[in-house]
Write a protein that binds this ligand. Sequence first.
Ligand SMILES: [Zn+2]
Ligand SMILES: [Zn+2]
Length: 290
Amino acid sequence: MENFVVSCRFFPQSEITALYAYAGGLQLPSATTIFTYMSSLNQDFEDYTDKAVDDLSALQDEFMKLYEIESYEHWYYDHTLGAFNFKSDSGKNLYFKYIDVGSFSTKANTWNWGWANSSTPVRVSRGLRKVKDFGEANGFEQLTKGLFDGDEYTGWAMTAIAAKQLSAIGAYRAPLDDVLFVYFIFTYELTQDEYDALKEKYIKCDLHESGRVAFVCQHLITDRGIGFNEALESDPDVDAADDYQAWCDECEKARLREGEWNDVSMAVAQIKVVCDQCYFVIKERNQSVI
Ligand SMILES: [Zn+2]
Ligand SMILES: [Zn+2]
């Protein structure tokens, strides 16, 4: 990746982070080096990590070959969409849905999981709950502590574990500045159409800058403990294909009385648009009836 150059903001309308040149964003350090680092840890964790790192190394080779990653000179990521974009000078684009695994600070020598970092939106770190749960079930402290001391290999080791747990198709390490590296895993490729459609599904939010559109009845916006009925069961750990929609128990009664959503039941609900992060706050506040 030697040919990566400083990137300009090519999506001026969004909160795209323009990133800097970095050679070797896809290359893991050698397994031997990681193995030496891991040897101070518990044996089961060491074995698991060693296997995960081997698997990710093999996966990265395939990933780079399959997508011809080296033919792209620029890369960007957008936390609003959770989409990573490789772009070539010739105009080719490649898009991936990603999970922000975490970041390593070479200044503090600490690893910070994405789920424990308040500046990482839930929508790009939600899959990590599975990794944390796995750590809890097996007593692997590194997977359950949000912030801990490490060295330059910690980032790739944690990323390899996340990649294995979440069936990633590839990974990337991006420098945010001189001392901070962010690690991504890619979960699936997005076509240009899917990427464009994804962009259309986002709205501005006063609390969260922007987010994916979700729909709730007027009562859920302000009340608490009034029930939470969903069109589809939502799970913050699952990236849903359909929009989130929910309404309170009173609206559910109106809907059942009418037998459907019609002018009468819709007049009761007066559906509002919220961002996905707000949606889960509203869900938390209303799902148990007071
Ligand atoms: Zn309602
Ligand atoms: Zn919001």
